[in-house]
Design a protein around this ligand. Structure first.
Ligand code: AMP
Length: 402
């Protein structure tokens, strides 16, 4: 039997999964990947092999009320039915917030779940959905080991000063500080950088994770020294629907003058702002690019996005004391040629020069000249979760055996 583990990334109405073979002595190897969409309404299940060939799909009618629990059980029974010779040994979960308690992946038990539940107010859009499948597995598949991997953990290498807000001390003691997110993505980029440029892996690198969520991370010797996201996943760059940095005074204005409730204000900042809010059109960069010539608001949204990225890169160059390399990753970073060109164009002062042809063909190196280099490197957060889950599982089994 080949042991396999499932990596889950749960959203409000979606459940993304990858299934990894975890044979001893080898790297986890992705066997299948897929997705449930439209959970709670008319759900759709799709599963492909590692090469992207469709293996199976299914749609439920809206009356079936196929939720996360039914989806998870469908996946487990699909594996049993279609994958003889493979045995499910654990589930690895992406959990956005590990707070101060967890600086590394952890085997989940009831106490861990309770600690993670306390962090819901810090990531209200993500944490509840991340925790739901963990509870479902505990109930429906008791005894199956679950490992949580955290988006915040990679940033625990930052200095105390880099993680502080200039707020009263008792607030810091209550955990109000900069945690940073997208750590699984930065962990992956940091781990593969040596395969692209060995000296750069030890240098001063800024990674731009530009997807529906977006942030930047400054790496020195492969470790996070600063990042644009902070206490919550709202801080820093404008994102698909999130505002990024705003003056906290804006929130008081929303509450007092606009008379929004805290929940309404939160909804505006998380789901109605960013590229969507500024353009009034879409959170999807492809749609904005397609309309930028004729729609002034779409053009403005892109311009603000690029302007904020380059301003924040300037800030991280200061935090690093210089820059040796810039890496673009995630949906926009990996695919949007124009965003990469515009960002690098605004960084000529820092010595970056775009290689237009390489940028058009996806690099991986998209710079020329003797200055800092620029790269396009696809991220792989799921592989990091699989590696972490396998390591935690291995360590646990070794502890039980000894
Ligand atoms: P992610 O959150 O990393 O999956 O990234 C999702 C975002 O990437 C989408 O909202 C799109 O804006 C963007 N994206 C994906 N493909 C492309 C593309 N070919 N060109 C421009 N943007 C893209």
């Amino acid at each position: 039997m080949t042991p396999v583990l499932i990596v889950l990334n749960a959203g409000s109405s979606s459940l993304k999964f990858q299934v990894y073979d975890v044979l001893e002595g080898t790297e986890p190897c992705m066997a299948f990947k897929g997705l449930f969409e439209g959970l709670g309404n008319s759900a759709h299940f799709i599963v492909k092999d590692a090469q992207g060939k469709l293996l199976d799909e299914m749609t439920w009618s809206s009356g079936d009320r196929q939720g996360h629990e039914e989806a998870l059980m469908h996946l487990v029974s699909w594996l049993r039915k279609h994958q003889e010779g493979r045995k499910l040994v654990a589930i690895g979960h992406r959990v956005v917030h590990g707070g101060e308690a967890y600086s590394s992946p952890i085997l989940v038990d009831e106490a861990v779940i309770q600690t993670l539940e306390k962090l819901v107010p810090l990531a209200p859009l993500h944490q509840p959905h991340n925790l739901e499948p963990i509870r479902i597995v505990r109930r429906r598949l008791p005894g199956l080991p679950q490992i949580a991997s955290f988006d915040t953990a990679f940033h625990q290498s930052q200095s105390e000063i880099a993680r502080m807000f200039a707020l009263p001390r008792d607030m810091r003691e209550r955990g109000v500080k900069r945690y940073g997110f997208h750590g699984l993505s930065y962990d992956y980029i940091s781990s593969v950088l040596k395969d692209y440029d060995p000296p750069l892996a030890e240098g001063r690198v800024i990674v731009a994770h530009l997807g529906n969520g977006a942030s930047l991370c400054a790496l020195k010797h492969g470790k996070s020294v600063a990042t644009t996201m902070g206490f919550s996943a709202l801080e820093g760059l404008p994102m698909g629907t999130r505002c990024g940095a705003v003056d906290p005074g804006v929130v008081f204005f929303m509450l007092r003058e606009m008379r929004l409730s805290p929940e309404e204000a939160e909804r505006v900042l998380y789901t109605k702002s960013g590229l969507l809010g500024v353009s009034g059109l879409s959170n999807d960069m492809r749609v904005l690019r397609a309309n930028a010539e004729t729609n002034a608001d779409a053009k403005r949204a892109i311009e603000l996005f690029v302007y904020r990225i380059t301003r924040e890169i300037g800030s991280l160059i200061a935090a690093l004391g210089g820059i040796d390399g810039l890496v673009f990753t995630a949906g926009i970073g990996e695919n949007d040629v124009a965003t990469r060109a515009e960002v690098i164009g605004r960084l000529a002062w820092a010595g970056l020069t775009l290689d237009t042809t390489a940028n058009r063909t996806g690099g991986p190196c998209i710079s020329t000249g003797a200055g800092p280099t620029a790269w396009v490197i696809p991220t792989n957060e799921e592989l990091v979760i699989a590696q972490q889950a396998r390591n935690v599982l291995g360590a646990t089994q070794a502890r039980i055996a000894s």
